[in-house]
Structures are given as structure tokens and as C-alpha cells.
Design a protein around this ligand. Structure first.
Ligand code: SP5
Ligand code: ZN
Length: 360
């Protein structure tokens, strides 16, 4: 793009490995619909940030992932595609991605009875997936693992003294829980970054999620951790929006979780008030570092959400978050309007940097 505007000083952590993940489709209400979480998303962001300092994601040990996920989920994701193919499912019935069909619904199980890990590859998917929209293909695992590497590399950059670092993570992560994947997410990149910050700074770490959808995975992963303050502003699931079952204001954990659901149609005013409120809450909680789960799907033109935030709104959100003056890791989440995704990410980063300059 290079449409003028200030030159970014925030490092951008990048990996080409994201391209290996091509979900290709989403199975929604049983119908195979075009995928929304496409490789082009990250490429558009990269183009909009051209001129910034790009840093290659550094491979991280498995411990970085195991800090926020069960080994069983990792083992499953690492082998799911090969097992699907080996089971012949690509030929009969002819399904070229891993798609679940049976789920261990809680009411199947009497007290003391827990779900088996199914022997059949066709059934195993439902043991770990919570929706039918998050498909696995040949390169999904490599890309998801590299996205964690990117987020944790960004955390290391701020622990080494950068005021802020942005990780261009794809696939996104905030819907993934300790042991389940869904919502286009496989591994929780933002949670892994927060875990690295928690071990680096000692004090509380805040995760503020401004993606249009509730950060249910991050909420669940840190539910019992009073040192991880998880806050999310998102479109009200009670008004009919993903993830539907949770993301309500009543979910407060021990006080270290905060959800601010907004009515469909909410724009800059309501959204920024919520962002400001979450920032103030993180400050009051004594946060010593910040992770921003940076989805830009609250944008007015985004096809996946009914919120109506403008480019100026995203810049203002960056300013609010940057004004906390904390070491800040920004982790890419959603955002599905290809024409604007890069510009909107850039607006947030410019806002964060502007706040820093005013502080000096
Ligand atoms: C990371 C992120 O933003 N995940 C959001 C996933 C929400 N997807 C829910 C989609 C609901 C059905 N939409 C119809 C589109 C069919 N292709
Ligand atoms: Zn989203």
C-alpha cells in the first residue's frame, strides 16, 4: 500500500508457513461453504505493513504450547491429516479435509464415565473439535504450530525491551481451549504469548481481546489463573452470534475474567467505550504486560460480524491500549474483509505507537 502515513517502528513477526494451511471450506449447517479464513488474509496484512521491520518467527520448544494445551490435543492435531488419509476417507466417501461427525456431548456420559478416544479416524475428530467449520488439511498442523512460534517470538521481543511487537498469526487462535479446537482456531497463539510473558514478568498479565467474537478459548485456558486477566469485547452471543454458548457478562471467573458483549450494529462509540473500560480494568488489576488479541472483524465492512467500527475507531483503540504503557504483544486473530484487513491492522499499530510517543 505505502499510502504515506507514519513509518511503523513496531516489529512484525512473520512466517511463510501460514500458507501451508488451506482450510478450503467451512461446513456450516451441514453445507460446504467457501472458507473465510484464507491465506490471502495474512498476505494482505503483510502488504499493508511493508516497510516495517519483519522478524522471522523463531521455532519454540513444545513446552511453549504445552503451557496452554493438553498433550492429547497436540498429538491429535499433529497426526489428524495423516490418519484421515490413511483411513481412506479422502477416497471413500471422498472428503478432502478432516471434518467431524460425532461429538462427546456431556449428556452422553453417566457420572464417572468419560469419553473414549475413538479408534476410527472419522470419529476421532469430534473428540477434539467443537464445531464443523474448522477443517484440517495436509499443512494445517505445521501452520498452526508456526503461528504459536510467531506469537511467542513476539513475546520474547518485548521481554527483551521492545515496547510492542506484532505477530501476524495465521491460523488464528482465541477460540481454541486447552483440549479443543474450533472457530477457525487450532492452537491459542495469544494464550501462548501470555504464558511466555507470565513467566518473564512475574506480575499479572492482561489479555484484551478486541476480535468481534468472544475469546472463549483464552477465557477457559486462564479461568483458574488469577495472574492472567482476560477481557473480551465482542458482539453479544445472546443476540445470535458465535460462539453462541458463552461470552456473557456473567462469566467472571474469580474476577480475573471480564466479558463486554455489545449489541449488533454497535459502532465506534460503544466499542471504544468497552475497549477503554477493559484497559482501565487491566490497569486497576496491576497488569505488568499486555497481550492484545487483535481481530479486526468488528469492522463495519466485515462479512462475519454485525459490528460497525471504522478505521478511525481502530486507531483510537490502539491509542487506548498503548496508553497503558505496558510491554505489549499484539496477536492477529480474525478479520475477513480482504480489501481492508491490512489497513485496519496498520491503524491499530499506528495508534499503539502514537500513545507511546505522547508518553515520552
Ligand atoms: C477467529 C475468528 O474470528 N473466528 C470466528 C469464527 C466464527 N465463524 C462463525 C461463522 C458462523 C456462520 N457464518 C456463515 C458463513 C458460512 N461460510
Ligand atoms: Zn472473530
Amino acid at each position: 500500500m505505502g499510502d504515506g502515513g507514519p513509518r511503523l517502528s513496531t516489529p512484525v513477526v512473520w512466517t511463510d508457513l501460514h500458507r501451508l494451511h488451506e482450510p478450503g471450506a467451512e461446513v456450516w449447517v451441514g453445507v460446504r461453504t467457501p472458507g473465510t479464513e484464507v491465506p490471502e488474509r495474512a498476505e494482505r496484512i503483510r502488504a499493508a505493513l511493508a516497510g516495517a521491520r519483519f522478524v522471522e518467527a523463531r521455532p519454540q520448544p513444545d513446552e511453549a504450547v504445552l503451557a496452554v494445551h493438553d498433550a492429547a490435543l497436540l498429538d491429535y492435531l499433529a497426526s489428524a491429516w495423516d490418519e484421515w488419509e490413511a483411513a481412506g476417507l479422502t477416497r471413500d466417501p471422498g472428503q478432502d479435509r478432516v471434518v467431524p461427525y460425532i461429538f462427546p456431548h456431556p449428556s452422553l456420559f453417566s457420572p464417572g464415565v468419560s469419553p473414549a478416544v475413538p479408534a476410527a479416524a472419522s470419529a476421532r475428530a469430534g473428540r477434539f473439535a467443537f464445531d464443523t467449520m474448522t477443517l484440517i488439511g495436509p499443512g494445517t498442523w505445521e501452520a498452526a504450530r508456526a503461528a504459536v512460534d510467531a506469537a511467542v517470538t513476539a513475546a520474547d521481543l518485548v521481554l527483551a525491551g521492545e515496547p510492542a511487537a506484532y505477530a501476524c498469526c495465521r491460523p488464528p487462535g482465541h477460540h481454541a481451549t486447552r483440549s479443543a479446537f474450533g472457530g477457525s482456531c487450532y492452537l491459542n497463539n495469544a494464550a501462548a504469548a501470555a504464558a511466555r510473558l507470565l513467566s518473564g514478568v512475574g506480575g499479572p498479565v492482561a489479555v484484551i481481546d478486541i476480535d468481534a467474537h468472544h475469546g472463549n478459548g483464552t477465557q477457559a485456558i486462564f479461568w483458574d489463573d488469577p495472574l492472567a486477566l482476560t477481557g473480551s469485547v465482542h458482539v453479544d452471543p445472546g443476540a445470535g452470534w458465535f460462539p453462541h454458548f458463552l461470552g456473557f457478562a456473567e462469566e467472571t471467573g474469580g474476577g480475573a475474567n471480564r466479558n463486554l458483549p455489545l449489541a449488533p450494529g454497535s459502532g465506534d462509540e460503544e466499542w471504544l467505550e468497552a475497549v477503554r473500560s477493559l484497559a482501565e480494568w487491566a490497569r486497576a488489576g496491576g497488569a505488568e504486560a499486555l497481550v492484545v488479541a487483535l481481530g479486526v472483524d468488528a469492522a463495519a465492512g466485515d462479512p462475519e460480524s454485525p459490528l460497525a467500527v471504522t478505521a478511525a475507531g481502530f486507531r483510537a483503540a490502539g491509542r487506548e491500549l498503548g496508553a497503558l504503557g505496558l510491554p505489549t504483544v499484539l496477536v492477529q486473530e480474525g478479520g475477513y474483509e480482504l480489501e481492508t484487513i491490512g489497513e485496519l491492522v496498520r491503524e491499530v499499530l499506528v495508534g499503539v505507537e502514537g500513545a507511546g510517543e505522547r508518553r515520552q
